[in-house]
Design a binder for this molecule. Structure first.
Ligand code: GDP
Ligand code: ZN
Length: 289
């Protein structure tokens, strides 16, 4: 899309390479590019891709070690979760938030379907989920996509930003995006149809303009994003409350697993750090070691 908002089909200059990153495709949704326009054909050639502020990669599915960049230059990321029908696990939310932080992308959580949480037990769960993340400093939006509750606050947050939207299927992502902007959904399905004719149906991102200002990047078919390569000792940097507590650990290379005088484990014992967060930390630690 050009500055005047016009759109043009472009291809990439044949031998284009980005230094230092082995990727399946050099250009991704959200990239800022310079295009040489062929006025007679009405098409363009991407001559230059600007350095990315950030980008997310797909979880590697093979051993080729090639990264697949899904989207670039994101301002923020939103995870849509539900505590009911279906219940999103703490582990999944924590992994998302940790990944976003590792990519240097501010993140927020939506708890959708709050209309279902009128009974005592689900509403208590809703409270547990939201206070867990609010305490750490993540924005939490409680919405009902079918009743239009909480949609305005979400739109305010998205205003003039490029927002990646993600969530397990069934949490109401389509319904929510439709509540944010009615025609958005229609366009989503049109684009999907075009893509479905090809063989690569599962992993791509779509960027949609918001009429009130900003963009949404949807990643249909992508369940989880790949975590950047990191050392075990780096992981706590992406769990803000664990990172804060770790200042007071006895050993400055403490991984908070079984070391003596670990301030993180003490805070978990005192419920200052939720057990769920600590368990997610341990599980990710296990996976990167
Ligand atoms: P997606 O797979 O995340 O895109 O989910 P859909 O938008 O297709 O929604 C899945 C189901 O949840 C549908 O039956 C929706 O009607 C329902 N749903 C979506 N949002 C809400 C909500 O806020 N409240 C309730 N009760 N149901 C919802
Ligand atoms: Zn520790």
């Amino acid at each position: 899309m050009f500055e005047d908002e016009s759109v043009m089909e472009c291809r990439l200059r044949g031998n284009y390479r980005i230094k230092g990153l082995r990727t399946t495709s050099p250009v991704a949704v959200g990239d800022r590019v310079e295009v040489l326009v062929d006025t007679t054909e009405g098409t363009g050639v991407i001559e230059y891709i600007e350095e990315r502020e950030n980008y997310i990669i797909r979880k590697s599915v093979n051993l080729s070690k090639e990264a697949h960049v899904i989207a670039a230059n994101l301002d923020q990321a939103l995870l849509i979760a539900t505590v009911h029908q279906p219940r999103t696990s703490y582990g999944f939310i924590d992994r998302f938030l940790c990944t976003a932080r590792a990519y240097n992308i501010p993140a927020a959580v939506v708890i959708n379907k709050i209309d279902l949480n009128q009974d005592e037990e689900p509403s208590q769960l809703e409270e547990e989920y939201s206070s867990c993340y609010e305490k750490i400093g993540y924005p939490v939006f409680k919405t009902s996509a079918i009743n239009n509750d909480g949609i305005d606050q979400l739109k305010d947050w998205m205003h003039n930003k490029v927002t990646l939207v993600s969530g397990h299927s069934g949490v109401g992502k389509s319904t929510l995006l439709n509540a944010i902007q009615p025609e958005l959904e229609i366009r989503t399905s049109e684009i999907s149809e075009v893509h479905n004719k090809g063989t690569h149906t599962t992993t791509y991102a779509e960027m949609h303009r918001l009429d009130f200002g900003g963009f949404i990047i949807d990643t249909p078919g992508i369940k989880e994003f790949g975590l950047i390569d990191m050392e075990a000792g780096e992981l706590s940097h992406y769990f803000p409350e664990i990172f804060n507590a770790s200042e007071n650990c006895k050993f400055n290379n403490c991984l908070h697993v079984n070391e003596p005088s670990c301030a993180v484990m003490n805070q978990v014992k005192e419920n200052a750090i939720p057990e769920t967060r600590y368990r997610s930390y341990l599980s990710i630690l296990e996976s990167i070691r």
